[in-house]
Design a protein around this ligand. Structure first.
Ligand code: GLY
Ligand code: MN
Length: 467
């Protein structure tokens, strides 16, 4: 233990520090895009006070916290990622809104906070000053330690419907309880989810960068498969994770590094199993960029570099289903079309192999193929891996595709190890192929096309990497 803090030391710590204010900052390249998103939000809720928190640190134990990630809604509207931050759109009497963002300022030297407080800059690193943040974000800033008091005062002095994005900042939920309604807040959440359905050009660039880094991560994994065989699936997870941390912020979701029968568990993230030659590795992983956009890519690879005949037959069926799905992604198509197209192919194969009794139309009508296809064929992708999850059914699942939407196409076939309805050699085989597809003006673009997909291409790629 340190001795008690002396007055002399406290005094000494206050002074002798250089002025490090950054005065030549230029606005962040995302700032104009975030401003457009805020303008759309302002137009949707005229006259309402809108409150979008980034979220707060969550204690792991004692004085250690879980790694922080700002809410996607806050990031989308500001381009900022600070903890404890809050975006407020204050309605103007004449219409429109005045935006402001509440942030933690630089640590005060006078009070000793910078070295005595756990969130002081000496412990966690330098923050931007409020003036610096204002320049970078193109938004007026205020001290986040005053956010509760200022919002309550505003709600009392200038009554307006207040809408709060819930579940990120309990302080605000309590403080604004009398001024908000569950229904009003839910409308805000739904709108912010739908605002992300169509990506702007800057977001598409970020998603492509996320995918490009992910391609490098998959390549790293193939190069290190021998070490994985000698250790476990954890080697694969660690290898991909290292690349994700170097190229971006980290992984966009828990990497699924599923070797052998683990591939039949859809979200196998324990990643503690053996990696055996002769079996398949299902790797479902995505790098999240520094700006928090994530890729979501899956490849199913033969661990020893060559598919067996059976593995290849099953693989080709999933590939054909994926090709049919991707071909159904274009502006004007229904969101459901790519799923239906992929399911059609898989149902046909399952009938052909004698696992299901035809006709195929009956199988599809009753959904019987789903015993082995298990999940939907894709989802929107963006700041969240399952992006836009709060959008209304009519805006998402029942929507018509538009240029700028980005979605995954990821059919799979999964034969559980204890499935007595399939021949023994099928059991324990799981295959998924997943790519990230941008809807363009005249069709689509596969953002992850750089990663080999056909069985022969995969074998050639693996053989080149493993020497
Ligand atoms: N990549 C995991 C999922 O889409 O659920
Ligand atoms: Mn996915």
């Amino acid at each position: 233990m340190y001795p008690a803090l002396s007055d002399e030391l406290a005094e000494v710590m206050k002074s002798g520090w250089a002025d490090t204010e950054l005065r030549d900052l230029v606005p962040d390249e995302q700032a104009p895009y975030a401003a457009k998103r805020r303008a759309a939000l302002s137009a949707r809720f005229p006259g309402d006070r809108l409150v979008v928190p980034a979220g707060r640190l969550k204690t792991r134990a004692n004085d250690t916290e879980y790694e922080f990630r700002a809410s996607s809604e806050y990031v989308h509207l500001t381009g900022n990622q600070a903890e404890d931050a809050v975006l407020v759109l204050e309605p103007r009497p004449e219409g429109g809104h005045d935006p402001r963002v509440y942030l933690l300022p630089r640590s005060d030297r006078e009070t000793g906070e910078f070295w005595l407080d756990g969130q002081g800059e000496l412990w966690v690193g330098r923050r931007h000053s409020l003036a610096e943040a204002e320049l970078l974000l193109g938004l007026p800033t205020r001290d986040s330690r005053k956010v509760v008091e200022e919002l309550v005062a505003a709600a009392e002095e200038h009554p307006a419907t207040t809408r709060l994005l819930r579940s990120y900042d309990a302080r605000l939920e309590t403080a604004l309880a009398e001024h908000t309604t569950r229904h009003g807040d839910e409308e805000l959440r739904v709108f912010l989810s739908e605002l992300r359905l169509v990506k702007d050009e800057w977001e598409v660039g970020q998603l492509q960068a996320a995918v490009d880094a992910t391609v490098i991560g998959f390549t790293d994994v193939v190069r290190e498969l021998a070490q994985a065989v000698a250790s476990s699936e954890r080697w694969i997870e660690g290898t991909f994770n290292r690349r994700a941390r170097v190229e971006g912020n980290g992984v966009g979701y828990g990497s699924i590094c599923a070797a052998g029968p683990h591939a039949t568990t859809l979200h196998w993230v324990r990643n503690d199993g053996a990696v055996r030659p002769g079996e398949l590795l299902l790797l479902d992983a995505g790098v999240e960029t520094h700006t928090l956009y994530t890729a979501d890519v899956t490849r199913t690879l033969p661990i020893d570099g060559r598919f067996t005949d059976l593995q290849r037959r099953l693989y080709d069926a999933v590939l054909d289903a994926q090709e049919a799905g991707i071909a159904a992604v274009r502006p004007g198509a229904r969101y459901r079309d790519f799923h239906d197209a992929a399911q059609q192919v898989l149902a046909e194969r399952l009938v052909e192999w004698g696992l299901l009794e035809g006709p195929v139309e009956r199988v599809l009508e009753l959904g019987l193929q789903r015993r082995w296809t298990l999940h939907g064929t894709g989802h929107m992708l963006g700041l969240d891996v399952h992006d836009c999850a709060h959008a209304r059914t009519e805006a998402y699942v029942d929507c018509v595709l538009e240029p700028g939407m980005v979605l995954t196409v990821e059919p799979g076939l999964y034969f559980q190890q204890d499935d007595l309805t399939v021949p023994e050699e099928y059991r324990g085989v799981g295959i998924r192929i997943e790519d990230d597809i941008l809807v363009t003006a005249d069709g689509n673009r596969n953002l992850s096309a750089a990663l080999p997909r056909g069985a022969a291409e995969i074998e050639a790629w693996m053989s080149g990497l493993r020497g």
